[in-house]
Design a protein around this ligand. Structure first.
Ligand SMILES: *Cc1c(COP(=O)(O)O)cnc(C)c1O
Length: 310
């Protein structure tokens, strides 16, 4: 069994946990005899939501346990992870430093503006330097400049992230035939697979093109951080819409219709692509009749502001 003991005492009472599960009702779902549910991790907190919160939780506890008062992490200028780390620092009283890939933004985009308003120090590095972000020299220079910090890897991906994501499944009651999760690096999917303990079929929707390599990343992550072998998952590779953060008009049309019909907001980078895919698969009878499907809403709604197409 996994050990979910807290690493340090934190007050999460202002977070909406466990996140609710909403059943969706529609003509199509009735016609196809499909029972579809969404686990609403986007409702955990307006600024600290979805898988980014799940990945940060045990990292924050670990930082506190180590008596570190500064979190340092990496990301792109529109990164949900940078945004969430800055929010977490603000809400849980950590200083935060964001190492941002690329040129300084002036004026700041909404993601970085929020981050700065929450006290994050923004440190821009060019793409060449950014690639050295896990190297000792690079990190030592950062310690010289900023003093000691708790390092959260890019995207928050480490054992604490996997543990936090596995907890999503602990919150879920009832049995599901399928659990669907979107995927960038596959860390969240790895946590879900781990949390599933071999139950349910986990469908993983990469939002990048040519993403079959993610299978190996997931297997590597599972081998590194868990002691189980899991075979109850597969990648669904058909719904990347041309690549990471690439969109098409029909994606925005789907997202807008989805919000109107179900009152659930989707983002165009992750959750929109996955739910588009799930509905397409339902239409094409991928799921057997009477299937119970749980979709994880991984949040990321702040990223919507980067698109004026909605
Ligand atoms: C970051 C992010 C993901 C991707 O998570 P990985 O663990 O890297 O696969 C999925 N959905 C949303 C909304 C995200 O912000």
């Amino acid at each position: 069994m996994r050990d979910n003991a807290p690493l340090s005492r934190m007050d999460y009472s202002f977070l909406n946990l466990p996140s609710p599960v909403t059943p969706l009702n529609s003509r199509l779902l009735d016609d196809k005899n499909i029972h579809l549910f969404i686990k609403r991790d986007e409702l955990i907190h307006p600024d600290l939501q979805g898988n980014k919160w799940r990945k940060l939780k045990y990292n924050i506890e670990r930082a506190r346990q180590l008596q570190q008062d500064t979190l340092l992490t990496f990301g792109g200028a529109y990164s949900n992870h940078i945004h969430a780390t800055a929010a977490a620092g603000h809400l849980f009283n950590f200083k935060t430093i964001g190492i941002i890939r690329g040129e300084e933004y002036n004026p700041l985009n909404p993601t970085l503006e929020d981050a700065r308003n929450w006290g994050m120090q923004l440190h821009y590095v060019n793409r060449v330097e950014y690639r050295q972000k896990t190297e000792k020299n690079f990190l030592e220079k950062l310690v010289e400049q900023y003093g000691d910090f708790y390092l959260i890897p890019e995207g928050g991906n480490n054992e604490y992230a996997i543990q936090g994501c596995a907890e999503i499944i602990d919150e879920v009651e009832g049995e599901y035939d399928y659990i669907c999760v979107d995927c960038g690096t596959g860390a969240t999917a790895s946590g879900i697979i781990y949390g599933s303990g071999g139950n349910s079929q986990i469908l993983v929707f990469p939002v990048l093109k040519n993403a079959s390599f993610i299978s190996n990343d997931i297997i590597t992550t599972l081998n590194k951080y868990t002691n189980g072998n899991f075979y109850n998952w597969k990648l669904i590779l058909d719904y990347h819409f041309g690549g990471f953060a690439k969109t098409k008009p029909e994606l925005f049309e789907f997202i807008n219709n989805f919000e109107r019909e179900f009152g659930v907001i989707l983002d165009p980078v992750y959750t929109g692509k996955m739910l588009y895919g799930i509905f397409d698969m339902i239409k094409n009878n991928y799921f057997k009749k009477e299937s119970r499907i749980l979709v994880l809403h991984t949040g990321g709604l702040q990223g919507k502001r980067g698109y004026n197409n909605n």
